[in-house]
Design a protein around this ligand. Structure first.
Ligand SMILES: Nc1nc2c(ncn2[C@@H]2O[C@H](COP(=O)(O)OP(=O)(O)OP(=O)(O)O)[C@@H](O)[C@H]2O)c(=O)[nH]1
Ligand SMILES: [Mg+2]
Length: 386
């Protein structure tokens, strides 16, 4: 594959993708995950060239992959590959060992996702959150610099200069993290102040959630002409957008669009994006957008449900929206539309959008009182009497 100049200045880094299948994990799951890794690599601006799947009973403690694969990769790195991306978590020492033996840059899936987020973050809050997640990711991996710095130093005194350097690096990181947390606190307090008037307005909010690329932003645009950025790429949306939607009953609702989910989402990111995901936590109801045309739609749906649980978002009414049914045979689309508590739509053609509006109406009717995050209904009652 030729290297593609991105903007005339930088050429795309050529990447080799490495999947690891151990134990009884099904082969399709590893292959599917690798396919997704290729899309993530593209989203990060790299150009995936070769994919290698390593199958072994247990991962190698030192390099994760076996000696044979290391050899194969070393040859590829000599032939112009810039970057090796491993689909599993690498420990700091595994990453360091691999980089040393391959002679090229090595990244794991979490590091890659963090890189995409870093490129996409637009708002101050988004940027701070991503930096925090990156530092959290880096902290336990700092040993990488250690060996390097140790070689530079002379080893005088009881502790090697490398260790001293490592400790001071760690301290610097922690100081920076503390600072970011403080800044984030300020940004969020400000946002909280902006949010307060909204809470007083009795408009229920509905959060669009779903796997990345399921069509959440497209759906928001189709329902509201919001003009939100839509792209056939992973993680095109990072920052939340809110738009008002009018429903057939005359009721209005605020629909929010935010970051999509993915399997093996780095825990540092989930942690750092908790605040952005407040829209989801505070919503009265959720619309779970599913790419019905994706071969692993069921698995993606389960991943989203798991991440929601991790975020502590449980017990909210959920409407399942099977999107992209324009890509399905008619019988399959009709079958999805019959699912209880679900609708089948196409954000692209507009099919099913009226059903979606009606279903939203019904969902909100059932949850009209007792909005989480707002005044409890009892208080509202007292106020009316007083
Ligand atoms: N065929 C078809 N394509 C769709 C439909 N809805 C969205 N798409 C396409 O799917 C891709 C992803 O759409 P987005 O709306 O950006 O998806 P998203 O869920 O917001 O993705 P992230 O923000 O990256 O998590 C785009 O290329 C859309 O044009 C649909 O109903 N039918
Ligand atoms: Mg989006």
């Amino acid at each position: 594959m030729p290297t593609i100049p991105v903007d005339g200045r930088r050429r795309r880094e050529v990447a080799v993708l490495v999947g690891v299948r151990t134990g009884r994990a099904p082969r399709w799951a590893a292959e599917d995950s690798l396919e997704e890794l290729a899309r993530l690599a593209e989203a990060a601006g790299a150009s995936p060239r070769v994919t290698i799947l390593q199958e072994r009973p247990a991962p190698d403690a030192r390099t994760l992959i076996g000696a044979g694969k290391v050899e194969e990769l070393r040859n590829l790195c000599r032939e112009g590959v810039d970057l090796v991306i491993v689909d599993e978590d690498l420990s700091g020492s595994q990453q360091r060992n691999l980089e040393r033996e391959l002679g090229c840059k090595v990244l794991d899936r979490a590091g890659l996702i963090l890189d995409i987020f870093a490129q996409r973050a637009m708002t101050r809050e988004g940027k701070l959150q991503v930096e925090l997640a990156q530092l959290q990711y880096l902290l336990p991996r700092l040993t990488r610099q250690w060996s390097h710095l140790e070689r530079l130093g002379g080893g005088i005194g009881t502790r090697g200069p490398g260790e001293t350097q490592l400790e001071s690096d760690r301290r610097r990181l922690r100081t920076r993290m503390a600072r970011i947390r403080r800044d984030l606190g300020k940004v969020r307090r400000h946002r909280g102040l902006l949010r307060r008037p909204r809470r007083k307005i009795p408009i229920p909010t509905v959060a669009l959630v779903g796997y990345t690329n399921a069509g959440k932003s497209s759906l928001l645009n189709a329902l509201t002409r919001a003009g939100v950025h839509v792209a056939d790429e992973l993680f095109s949306t990072l920052d939340p957008t809110l738009r008002k939607v009018h429903l057939p009953s005359g009721r209005a609702t605020l629909l929010s669009d935010t970051v999509g989910f993915i399997r093996k989402l780095p825990p540092q990111l989930v942690q750092a994006f908790r605040a952005t995901l407040e829209e989801v936590q505070e919503a009265d109801a959720l619309v779970h957008v599913i790419d019905a045309s994706h071969p692993r739609a069921g698995e993606q749906r389960a991943v989203v449900e798991r991440v929601l649980e991790e975020l502590g978002v449980v017990g909210k009414p959920v409407l399942a929206v099977h999107n992209k049914v324009d890509r399905l045979p008619e019988a399959a689309a009709a079958a999805l539309a019959r699912e209880e508590g679900a609708v089948a739509v196409s954000a692209l053609t507009g099919r099913g959008l009226d059903d979606l509006r009606k279903a939203l109406d019904a969902l909100l009717k059932a949850t009209a009182i007792g909005r989480p995050g707002s005044r409890p209904p009892v208080l509202a009652e007292e106020r009316r009497q007083g």
